[in-house]
Ligand binder design. Structure first.
Ligand SMILES: Nc1ncnc2c1ncn2[C@@H]1O[C@H](COP(=O)(O)OP(=O)(O)OP(=O)(O)O)[C@@H](O)[C@H]1O
Ligand SMILES: O=P(O)(O)OC[C@@]1(O)O[C@H](CO)[C@@H](O)[C@@H]1O
Length: 302
C-alpha cells in the first residue's frame, strides 16, 4: 500500500493575469481552487495513473473540508488527523509576466495531534511505500520527518522524501529510498549555484554519501537526472510542450516514478522515464496529469 503524508496541506488559489503590479488592485482573468500540498498532489496523480494510496496528514477548518471533498471526488482515500482549531492554509499562485507564490503558514499542531498521526504510521507494514512531502507548519520542530523515519526504521518500508533543505538533509542518515530535490534546492543545500549536469551530479552524489539511496534531481523545463544506489545515472530532457501550470509538476514526477517502479517491478529507467513524462504532463495541463496525457509524452522520450 502507498501512503502519502502532507503535514501542511493547502487549497491552491491559482490566478492568471495579463500583468501584475505590486501595490495596486490587480484583476484576474482566470481563477481555480485546487486541493493541494505535495503529498496530496502525489496521491491525486497516483490515482490518475491507476494506483491506490491513502493521503495522511492534518486538516482543519472549511479549507480542510474542501480538500477532503475534492479527494473524495477523485476517489482518493484519505485519513487525516482533524485539528479542532485554525484552518488549512490557502496558497496563492499568481501567474502573470512572472510566477509569484504566497504560501500560507498553516495551523498549529499540538503534540497530542502529532501522536495521532504517528499512531496511524505505526500501522504501516513491510513492503508499504511512504511519501513524506512538503513543508511543515512553523509550530512543528524541523526534525519531525527525522522522527518519523527513526520510528519506522528497520520495518521494510520504502520511504520517499520531497522536502527542502534542513528537513531533507536531516533524514538522509535514515537512508530514504528516494529523494527529489530540484536543481535549485540541491544548490541551496550546499550554498552553491549549480549550472552544469556535471556539477549537479557531483552534488547529488554528496546526498548519497550522506545516506540517500536514489536521488532524483528535477530541473523543470530542462528535464531530470537520476542517480541510483548502484552507481548508475540517467539523464532525460523534458518533453516539448506548452507550459500551462507547473504547480505540482515535481509531485507528479514522484507519483510517476512510483508508478513506473511498481509496474516494472523495480526497473529504475522505466520509473525515471515515467516520472519525467508525468511531471511534464502536469506542467502542460491546467490540472494534474492523467494517464493518457502521460502515455502520450512517454512515447516522445523513450
Ligand atoms: N516547463 C516545463 N516543460 C517541460 N517539463 C516540465 C516543465 N516544468 C516541469 N516539468 C517537468 O516536471 C518535472 C518536475 O518539475 P520541477 O523541476 O519544476 O519540480 P519542482 O520544482 O519540484 O516543482 P513543484 O514544486 O512546482 O511541484 C521536470 O523534471 C519535468 O519533467
Ligand atoms: O509550502 P510547501 O509545502 O513547500 O509547498 C506547498 C505547495 O506549493 O506545493 C504544492 C506543489 O508542489 C502545492 O500544491 C502547494 O501549494
Amino acid at each position: 500500500m502507498i501512503y502519502t503524508v502532507t503535514f501542511n496541506p493547502s487549497l491552491d488559489y491559482i490566478v492568471r493575469l495579463d500583468s501584475f503590479t505590486a501595490g495596486e488592485i490587480n484583476r484576474v482573468n482566470y481563477e481555480q481552487v485546487l486541493g493541494g500540498g505535495k503529498g496530496i498532489n502525489v496521491s491525486i496523480v497516483l490515482g490518475n495513473l491507476g494506483h491506490e494510496s491513502t493521503a495522511l496528514g492534518f486538516t482543519a477548518g472549511f479549507t480542510g473540508e474542501e480538500i477532503k471533498r475534492q479527494l473524495d471526488g477523485f476517489g482518493v482515500k484519505h485519513d487525516f488527523v482533524h485539528l479542532p482549531e485554525g484552518f488549512t492554509r490557502i496558497n496563492v499562485k499568481v501567474k502573470a509576466e512572472k510566477e509569484t507564490e504566497i504560501n500560507g503558514q498553516g495551523p498549529d499542531i499540538s503534540e497530542a495531534k502529532r501522536e495521532e498521526l504517528f499512531a496511524k504510521l505505526d500501522k504501516l507494514t513491510e513492503g508499504d511505500t511512504l511519501v513524506l512531502a512538503g513543508s511543515i507548519p512553523k509550530t512543528l520542530p524541523d526534525d519531525i520527518y527525522e522522527k518519523i523515519m527513526a520510528r519506522l526504521e528497520g520495518r521494510g518500508i520504502r520511504i520517499i522524501v520531497d522536502a527542502e533543505k534542513k528537513l531533507l538533509l536531516n533524514v538522509l542518515k535514515y537512508h530514504p529510498f528516494l529523494i527529489k530535490p530540484n536543481n535549485h534546492e540541491l544548490g541551496d543545500m550546499f550554498g552553491v549555484k549549480l549550472t552544469t549536469d556535471e556539477e549537479i551530479i557531483t552534488y547529488a552524489k554528496k546526498l548519497q554519501e550522506k545516506g540517500a539511496q536514489n536521488v532524483l534531481i528535477s530541473m523543470a523545463g530542462d528535464g531530470a537526472i537520476l542517480l541510483t544506489a548502484d552507481g548508475q545515472h540517467y539523464k532525460s530532457p523534458a518533453p516539448k510542450g506548452k507550459l500551462i501550470n507547473s504547480v505540482g509538476a515535481g509531485d507528479s514526477m514522484v507519483a510517476g516514478f512510483i508508478t513506473g517502479y511498481t509496474e516494472s517491478q523495480g526497473d529504475f529507467k522505466t520509473a525515471f522515464h515515467m516520472g519525467v513524462a508525468t511531471g511534464s504532463a502536469s506542467a502542460f495541463s491546467e490540472n494534474l496529469a492523467t494517464r493518457p496525457e502521460v502515455e502520450a509524452l512517454l512515447k516522445t522520450i523513450i
